[in-house]
Design a protein around this ligand. Structure first.
Ligand SMILES: [Mn+2]
Length: 451
């Protein structure tokens, strides 16, 4: 269960978010935002529950089953929340519930209702509305009630034209609001970034050349848990060739002496994600070939961070890292082509054989956070604004297993990615994850120092 006991933000901040959202909705429409459903893992065992980010954003409610509703009463918008009612038998098995009275007292809403009354209340509210803003496929019961009302041929509808005639998805409005973070959201994201940075540093200290990928995973995730946090996405821990698999999750191979280990792991605090990648040598010492690739990725990452300026297009960080990496691959003799061929017409040139992902994504309540960054999927994207938080994560991958291209022997089995979290400010980019070492000298003195 979510079990939030204290709201992460002041009531006024939630109210301001609700106001900004609802001011973009026609007053004759009903708003319904159900939270995420519980997911079954096996028989009657569920996956750990995580509330919908929209629910967390609008009212901070983190328990399952709930539905956020807003309706204009002619004077103002009224916000209500449907919650699980108090139920001693259910609570004995599943845990204590906040209940209707608790929700009404402690949460930024006007009314709390029991989920047992939801059908009746929503049906009545729908009859008074001409349209519905609903996030569909989160709550089957709500979808059915709304669809029934939309297709109803009641006498009342026929004679008075009452009831909704369309469903609109409210998420684009909320996504656009979520893309720029408030100062208090950035405060929380900083904590999330610092905890993840600490976990990576501890993992470096405890690394030795006989360690298993799963042991590094447990050091990192154990540290999250010891601080009351948890991962924001399943950790990636890959040694040697496994570092060249972008979404490697098995984390079940022993690391080899002389290999690099790539760790992509972040945590969540009050719903807000961090997302860090570091790469370090198992035995604490980079080889010359590993150094060449590592320093090239690091140079690209620093250039990409520097490109994160207010008013620059979203794609600036990717362009900057592609340029540094393309030049570097030519200088190292890995690419035998012109700089233009390495870059390509649309950043799709020969460099993409070794650097096949983007450089940045938005970060927030979701690790791949919402919001349109590159309208129509082309061009350089929207301009960066104060309060946007994004990752910067160039990488280079030379999987020895690749059959489609020739991998230079010297770099075979080397995979490097370096990822930081950056907030856009008037004073330039601020790296939230700056406590996590990334210079070769820092890493070499840290790795193995706590074994
Ligand atoms: Mn990332």
């Amino acid at each position: 269960m979510g079990g939030v006991t204290k709201l992460p933000f002041e009531v006024a901040e939630y109210k301001a978010r609700q106001h900004r959202f609802l001011s973009q909705i026609a007053k004759d429409c009903l708003v319904l935002i159900p939270t995420n459903p519980l997911a079954v893992r096996s028989n009657d065992v569920h996956y750990p529950y995580r509330a919908s980010s929209y629910m967390l954003y609008l009212c901070g409610w983190s328990d399952p089953g709930s539905v956020f509703m807003a309706q204009h009463d002619g004077e103002e918008w009224k916000v209500s929340l449907f919650v699980q009612p108090k139920d001693t038998t259910a609570e004995i098995w599943e845990g204590r519930r906040i209940g209707v009275d608790g929700a009404a007292k402690g949460w930024p809403i006007d009314h709390a209702n029991s989920l047992s009354d939801i059908e009746e209340i929503i049906e009545k509210s729908l009859r008074d509305s001409n349209g519905v803003y609903l996030i569909q496929k989160s709550n089957q019961q709500i979808d059915e009630i709304v669809n029934r009302s939309l297709t109803s041929k009641s006498r009342q509808r026929n004679t008075h034209g009452m009831g909704p005639t369309s469903i609109v998805d409210p998420s684009p409005i909320l996504d656009e609001m979520r893309i720029c973070k408030s100062p208090s959201e950035i405060e929380i994201m900083k904590k999330s970034a610092e905890l993840a940075a600490e976990a990576h540093s501890i993992a470096m200290e405890k690394t030795h050349s006989q360690i298993g990928e799963w042991e590094i995973q447990s050091i990192i995730e154990g540290h999250f848990q010891s601080k009351g946090s948890q991962w924001s996405y399943p950790s990636i821990v890959g040694g040697g060739d496994n570092a060249t698999i972008l979404h490697y999750h098995a984390n079940n191979k022993p690391v080899k002496d002389g290999d690099l280990i790539l760790v992509d792991a972040g945590c969540e605090i009050d719903g807000y994600a961090s997302d860090i990648t570091r790469t370090w040598p198992a035995n604490g010492k980079f080889t010359e070939a590993q150094k060449e690739i590592y320093n090239l990725v690091l140079k690209a990452e620093i250039a990409a961070i520097e490109a994160c300026q207010i008013g620059s297009p979203w794609n600036s960080s990717h362009k900057a890292s592609m340029e540094v990496i393309s030049r570097g691959l030519i200088d190292l003799g890995i690419l035998d082509c012109t700089f233009e061929e390495a870059m390509g017409d649309d950043l799709d040139g020969k460099t993409r054989q070794f650097f096949m992902h983007g450089t940045s994504h938005s970060l927030g309540l979701d690790v791949h956070d919402v919001g349109v960054t590159r309208p129509d999927g082309k061009g350089d994207g929207r301009l960066l604004e104060q309060g946007m938080v994004l990752t910067v994560e160039p990488g280079l991958y030379f999987g020895s297993w690749r059959e489609d291209i020739t991998i230079p022997e010297k770099y075979s089995g080397v995979g490097v990615r370096i990822e930081d979290n950056v907030v856009i400010t008037r004073e330039g980019p601020v790296v939230l994850t700056s406590n996590c070492p990334k210079q070769i000298s820092e890493i070499e003195s840290l790795v193995g120092s706590g074994v």
